[in-house]
Design a binder for this molecule. Structure first.
Ligand SMILES: [Zn+2]
Length: 357
């Protein structure tokens, strides 16, 4: 029997629709995660929303850019991994009276014809360079090799996006959640047709949901499909446990991007209720039982007699209060209890060595 290798990944970003206190919104919850994984002795991955830092370097150096860099550098120095997360709308967002005002250009593909001088290639290259520069100040052999698209959104311009990432040395993508479908005015995701494997080789010409020659590796966020029955049970639980769930929610002083720009058709809202359940720590209605169900699904579906099983968890520090940090800890402890030395917590550096990328 092979190993179970777990990536604990965090999209390290502000509430994208606005935030009044960056410490509450990002830096404090991230510190709590560092504290916990320090005690547990496991590495994590921060997918850093680098374009927020590029803009805040001009807007608010002391209040955001410096603490942002310090946390990435802390991660790089302490055996954690820092990789590229790209929310491109920062590039043409504005700042007035001490507040940022997000632009609606949510997906990289929306920059396909260039917007305010920003092309897809420029956004990726400058983001990648900025991230490597920050991390190399403390770790001179640091390399940015993995990517997660903001909002999981890579199509329809995957060819340009992946080619540019590849040219810069990125070899792993983790933007796919199998079965995920979302339709917003500025973003459209459809991962309903993906290879029947736990990971797959990509072509740098895309698309993400097709097996290619292996220029890059797709390691999707681990999930399981949800039935209508599950949705109804969750609905009832949400009503029944309303107070408990509310008390679990982290008050981050911010607002979501989609509150500003999220108008959706009713069909899309209904469909997204059936979106898959991921291994995630930042939802108030997810407990260890749900996380174990996803792990069970993955163990059953994919052959781990003959090859390692890779599990990718996703969470957002901005949504993590004490309930969610405790859930993460419980997940780490119980996976170790159950699988002992067959479970290993890894990073993309580790994955690169495993696959000789
Ligand atoms: Zn994000």
């Amino acid at each position: 029997m092979k190993k179970i290798k777990i990536l604990l990944t965090f999209d390290y970003e502000l509430p994208l629709g606005g935030a009044t206190n960056y410490h509450t919104a990002l830096f404090e919850p991230t510190q709590k995660i560092f504290d916990q994984v320090g005690v547990s002795g496991v590495p994590i991955v921060l997918f850093a929303d680098i374009w927020s830092a590029i803009r805040f370097k001009e807007w608010d150096l002391e209040g955001y850019y410096i603490p942002f860099c310090r946390q990435l550098q802390f991660a790089a120095m302490h055996g954690h991994d820092v990789q590229l997360h790209l929310h491109p709308h920062w590039a043409n967002s504005t700042y007035a009276n001490g507040r940022f005002v997000p632009s609606p250009f949510y997906s990289l593909s929306s920059f396909k014809d260039g917007v305010s001088g920003f092309s897809i290639e420029r956004l990726i290259t400058e983001g990648h360079q900025a991230l490597e520069q920050i991390c190399r100040e403390v770790k001179n052999d640091y390399q940015c090799i993995a990517f997660r698209a903001g909002g999981y959104d890579v199509e329809p311009e995957s060819k340009r996006i992946l080619n540019q990432l590849y040219a810069l040395g990125v070899r792993i993508d983790s933007s796919v959640i199998k079965g995920l479908r979302l339709t917003y005015e500025y973003s459209r995701i459809d991962y309903s047709h993906v290879p029947p494997a736990s990971y797959w080789n990509l072509s740098k010409d895309g698309p993400l949901n097709r097996i290619g020659p292996g220029d890059l590796l797709e390691l999707p966020i681990s999930s399981m499909p949800v039935t209508l029955g599950d949705v109804l049970v969750r609905r009832v639980a949400k009503t029944w446990n309303r107070k408990t769930y509310r008390s679990r929610r982290y008050q981050n002083t911010g607002r979501g991007f989609l509150l500003n720009f999220g108008s959706r058709r009713i069909g899309s809202v209904l469909r997204s209720a059936l979106n898959p359940l991921s291994i995630t720590f930042d939802k108030e209605y997810v407990g260890y039982r749900e996380l174990r169900a996803v792990v069970k699904y993955q163990l059953k579906k994919y052959d781990w007699e003959n090859q390692d099983l890779f599990l990718t968890a996703i969470a957002h520090p901005k949504s993590m209060g004490s309930y969610h940090v405790a859930l993460m800890r419980e997940f780490i402890d119980r996976m170790r209890e159950e699988f002992a030395d067959r479970v290993e917590f890894t990073t993309y550096e580790g994955i690169r060595r495993d696959f000789y990328l």
